[in-house]
Design a protein around this ligand. Sequence first.
Ligand code: ACO
Length: 431
Amino acid sequence: MAETNKTATLLLDNKKIELPIYAPTAGPEVIDIRKLYAQGDVFTYDPGFTSTASCDSTITYIDGDKGELLYRGYPIEQLADQSHFLEVCYLLLYGELPDATQIEEFETRVTRHTMVHEQMHNFFRGFRRDAHPMATMVGVVGAMSAFYHDSTDISDPWQREVAAIRMIAKMPTIAAMAYKYSIGQPFVYPRNDLDYASNFLNMCFSVPAEPYKIEPALAKAMDRIFMLHADHEQNASTSTVRLAGSSGANPFACIAAGIACLWGPAHGGANQACLEMLREIGTVDRIPEFIARAKDKNDPFRLMGFGHRVYKNFDPRAKVMKESADEVLELLGIHDNETLKVAKELEKIALEDEYFVSKKLYPNVDFYSGIILEAMGFPTSMFTPIFALSRTVGWISQWKEMIADQHQKIGRPRQLYVGAPRRDYVDVAKR
Ligand code: ACO
């Protein structure tokens, strides 16, 4: 964190408080308010952290006005075009692109950790078959701390490293198992001769009864989905992982907390909610009715897959995802699908509508990812688990960064208390 010689002056009841200002490598300057309470006996109020930097980080940068997303400085468009998911994982975890030897070693390490403890199969069987795969994932990932004791000591850098590799390697296996379990099919073991994305597709779609051919173009699209979702700075689930980790909780428990947060429809659950909304709209002629509902202040309905807390121009991931969606649909020969027609028309109408234009509400990454995943054959309930497996590397990179951060403290926000002031207990007979 680079100090500047600038300060911000706060005048509080005629008392002047000087607050240091820091310069980031990109983005707005940051006012350090850590001593504000000690010096001024006041808190700041910022529900939803809309103006608050909760940490310093070197991992991901977003410029919401420009529609820019950088992983360790590299633009997402370049990575999506020229890199692949495991290389992006290396970049996020270690800060630099790997050379040929480093990536080979990293891929070998990840590949050698893809199986889960055999006892975990029994753990899965404790869930109801109709459980949402995200419910299963929250439980199973949290339970990893019960299966992998040898990588839960967060003070040991080697154990932290092993936990990171295990999580990246096993998450596709766990997500695929959650899916197979929900449809009553046997679990498919990982195959180490396949690349990361192909292995995931194989674990989801192959059955012991017949061979399954992995279409390379679909594996590439899958890999791209993983890359586009890999990290997104201090979003809700990442902040949850950091907050959980700030108490010293083990990494498996922290990632389970992140998965729970991601599940919500305002965050990772939006891809499922978006496709369900497109189906509910059903036909192009019903779009105006839903647009009107989205604009109605008295109706809680929102257009799922539109809007973003940070991107107020466009979501750069959505651009790449749209291209991928077109490629996948072309490859699979899907042209006349009603959901797709609704999606295309909705996108067109919303992009021209004054309400959406003035509020800078653009289609986000989830608008297009659901379309691709459905075309690939995934049920909507698997959309968010796929997001979770992609985001795991981001969560674990941010968690590792936090543990190594000398400024790290247990996360403990303050509040603006507006409840009853102190009052005396009244006996039940007198109330
Ligand atoms: N449909 C209709 N109106 C919307 C939408 C939407 N999708 N999103 C925002 N608005 C409106 C709000 O009603 C609000 O209007 P107002 O100023 O008249 O009160 C204004 O736009 C600003 O919205 P906020 O909710 O204040 O913006 P915030 O940054 O808090 O929310 C969020 C961002 C949660 C993503 C929101 O846009 C939303 O709910 N979108 C739909 C869900 C979605 O697609 N989530 C995925 C996010 S991407 C991701 O997690 C990968």
